[in-house]
Design a protein around this ligand. Structure first.
Ligand code: MLT
Length: 263
């Protein structure tokens, strides 16, 4: 178990929303969501182990999605949050799935943003190994160079690209090397989607090249009652690229499902 750095904003008595960042980012990607949603909700945005300001566990060379999820469950416990809306982007969505598998009583609602249920194909696993080699030999700047064009819609604002690059380049190489196997080995959730029994919103950037619309539609079709929001002019980082549209979709979902499920 690893102690996590987190930001918290909003009324501590309000229903909680926990934001889980993607790979290889940190809590800063949720800044625009925390700012707006904290007017109505208790917003918590942790840095997963090894990311942002959260320390690396000393004894661990390779992690699993379950490790990330156990850290988040422990943080919620320490904060006295019995149930929260869990909003995860991409890898954050995989961590949300792991929370669902291992700690489902702590989830009141799910927001699955720019993520997918399927596990890695053989080709994707091979790409993870290539990324490990790239990071080991050329460092995080080279990784950012490779990833940026895939992460953002072609017309993304340069300030967003800069912020994403800064997050990637600030991530320690050891963290990336410990996470890549966790991504490659994560379980396929496709068959488990139909058992998800909390209100769920699936969000996707219209131009997401990493977790495309078809993956979002797949999840929405299988999770009972799930809603789908497609964010125009956004790629894989829709909450940063189009924060207003993203927040609007999330707020609409939260308002519609507030009664009974929130705390
Ligand atoms: C992410 O944004 O978290 C990554 O794209 C996830 C992945 O590589 O599968």
């Amino acid at each position: 178990m690893s102690q996590l750095f987190f930001v918290e904003r909003g009324d501590p008595e309000a229903p909680a929303v926990v934001f889980l960042h993607g790979f290889p980012f940190n809590h800063a990607m949720w800044q625009a969501q925390v700012e707006v949603l904290s007017q109505r909700y208790r917003c918590i945005a942790p840095d997963l182990r090894g990311y942002g300001r959260s320390p690396q566990p000393p004894d661990c060379a390779a992690w699993t999605m379950d490790d990330f999820a156990d850290d988040v469950a422990a943080l919620m416990d320490a904060l006295g949050i019995a149930r929260a809306t869990v909003c995860g982007l991409s890898m954050g969505g995989y961590v949300a799935f792991a929370l669902w598998r291992r700690h489902r009583s702590c989830i009141s609602r799910l927001i699955l943003a720019n993520t997918k249920a399927a596990g890695d194909s053989e080709q994707a696993k091979q790409n993870r190994r290539r990324h490990a080699e790239l990071v080991r030999t050329q460092g995080m700047r080279a990784f950012a160079d490779e990833m940026l064009p895939k992460l953002l819609a072609p017309n993304a604002h340069p300030a967003v690209a800069e912020a994403v690059r800064a997050m990637i380049e600030s991530t320690p190489i050891e963290t990336v090397l410990a996470t890549l196997p966790a991504l490659a080995d994560r379980p396929d959730m496709s068959e488990a989607l139909s058992a998800i029994s909390v209100p769920t919103l699936v969000v996707v950037g219209e131009q997401d090249a990493i977790s495309p619309l078809s993956e979002a539609q797949f999840m929405q079709a299988r999770i009972p009652g799930a809603r789908l929001a497609v964010i125009p002019n956004a790629g894989h980082l829709s909450p940063m690229e189009q924060p207003e549209a993203f927040n609007q979709a999330v707020l609409a979902f939260l308002s519609e499902t507030d009664s009974g499920s929130a705390k």
